[in-house]
Design a protein around this ligand. Sequence first.
Ligand code: ADP
Length: 539
Amino acid sequence: MPGLSLTERLGIHRSILSNQALLLAATLLLVVSASLLGQVRNAPLFTVSVTVIFGGAVFAILAPWRALPAWALGLVPVIDMVAIAVLRESAPLAGVGLLWAFPAIWIGSTFGVGGVVAVLVGVSAIVTFQLVHDAEQRLTSSTFVLPFTVVALSALAHTTARRARAQRALLEKQSADLRRSADRARRQEDLVTEVLDAVDFGVIRVTPEGDLAVTNEAHARLQATVDVLGAPIAAYAADGTTPVPAEATPLSRARAGELFEGELVWFGAPGEDRRALSVTARRLPSGSDADPGTIVVSRDVTAEEQALRARDDLVASVSHELRTPLTSIIGYLDLALDDPAIIAETRERLEVAERNATRLRELVSDILSMSAASRHGAEFDLVPTDTDIAAIVRAAIESQQPRAADHGIRIDSSGLRDGSAHVDPRRLRQVVDNLISNAIKYNVRGGTVTVAVDVSETAVQIAVADDGPGISRTEQGRVFDRFFRGDAVRNSSTHGSGLGLAISRDIVRAHGGEITVSSALGTGATFIVRLPRTQGSTP
Ligand code: ADP
């Protein structure tokens, strides 16, 4: 049956088997009943036709239908039809005609409308022929009902087979669609895996239960907890020296459901070949009801971290080397200034040299205090006393007045409220000096710097505002970083170390306070320092 699909062939084979098995059973019943009731008129003819029906049925059951051509399907039912006609002839009273139902059903289901019409014509012709030529065949209601019933069964078989075929075709189409969709999903999954494997940062999905669902090659490489020899690799905190137990590594914490951004962790002991990872754990957005879990991204930042450390070490050692000769220079300048014999002009020059040397020593001290020894913030020895805040601010304004005048800048100090707080006056002055100095330095010619002090029951607030070019939103987040200098000033002639604000923030925080900035490009910047009035209270 070439041209038919495998499932169609299997379906036809099955229906042939059951059809012929039923025909065999019905024929057997007829043989027994007709013999017992003595209805066999012509025994040889009866035997021949029964044998043909049996032979046909056995052939139909055993035939390799899958390999036979389509027309072969019609041969057995046609032979059956003729054999049943002959059987009817040999035993006219045995009601043999009903057996036509079996080949009629076969023909109807296999050859469609054409088959049904053929059954109608064939059965009507045989019945009419036998009615005319056989005296024992009489015109009764069964003369009409029999062909009608046989044809109706054939038509019924045709519609049932057609519906089954349509359903099968639909099912096959749906399963093909499903296969295609599954293939596409698998291809996409492969593509995502390939893309993930191609990137050099580790990606891992952690299920809500804490299992690892998707990992890429880089992840396996970066987060390896054993070396090539299988020895465990110890983890260390951001400072590179504090050991981190296995259950407290970023990945373990992410598996326990914790979320974090840019956690720094070192793998490998200090002094050994080690790597630094910046690990971020974020909740995955849930498209449906199911919680997709967390995504953990790890980036190798060894080179960056080592460069930062190298810079810190260099800055620290250079500053350290500078401090000793500077102390000696200042000492000798002081000695020279103590000499009453020097003339006024020389004294003036020596004083300028001493001022600049002192400024240089302060700068060197600042750099030292911010370098390698305290990477995450300078430590200060505070000497807090009850301090008049407005007086400190006023003194700072006074000292900056000449510079402001040089730049044509006016300092508005009308908003200074009186009030005291328990702070280190020298350190607070350093902060205010730095803010006012920046407000002048980064202002436009003819601009204004507004300094205000506000005092409440628990806190004191110092605000320094300018109407200069301001700070962009991205830079606002970085102005308190060590060595940060804005894009606009880095390439200009404005000098600076990028440490002033970092030191100011450390000083303010050491007091239990906070410093913030608000700015919009083109409208100036406002720095606000909030400090608790008494030690231990919150501002
Ligand atoms: P420095 O002034 O030595 O560069 P700071 O830490 O004091 O270092 O300031 C860091 C950076 O912040 C500056 O380089 C500048 O880009 C920016 N900045 C600070 N204050 C202001 C201000 N008032 N207006 C605009 N930019 C500012």
